[in-house]
Design a protein around this ligand. Sequence first.
Ligand SMILES: [Zn+2]
Length: 85
Amino acid sequence: MKRITSRTTEITIERRRSLVTRRTTKRRLSYCPICAREGEFVTPEEAAARASVTLRTIYRWLEDGKLHFIEQPGSELVICSESLA
Ligand SMILES: [Zn+2]
C-alpha cells in the first residue's frame, strides 16, 4: 500500500515538471509591431502544430506575409500567435 502511494507521487511530479519545461521553452511574450501590442510568439514548429499544417506551409505563409514574425540576431525566428488565428 505504501509502495503504490509513493510511486503515484513520483509520476505526478514528473508530469508537472515536463509541463513546466514545455511551457517555458515554447511560450514567450514580445511586442508585435503589426498588432501594435505585446503578444505571444511561438516557434515555427509550434505554429505548424497549432495551425495543423506542415512546417513548409508555415514558411510559405511567412514569405507571403500572412504571418507576423520577428527575427533578432542570434535568436531564432518566432511567429506572432495572433497572426495564426
Ligand atoms: Zn502580430
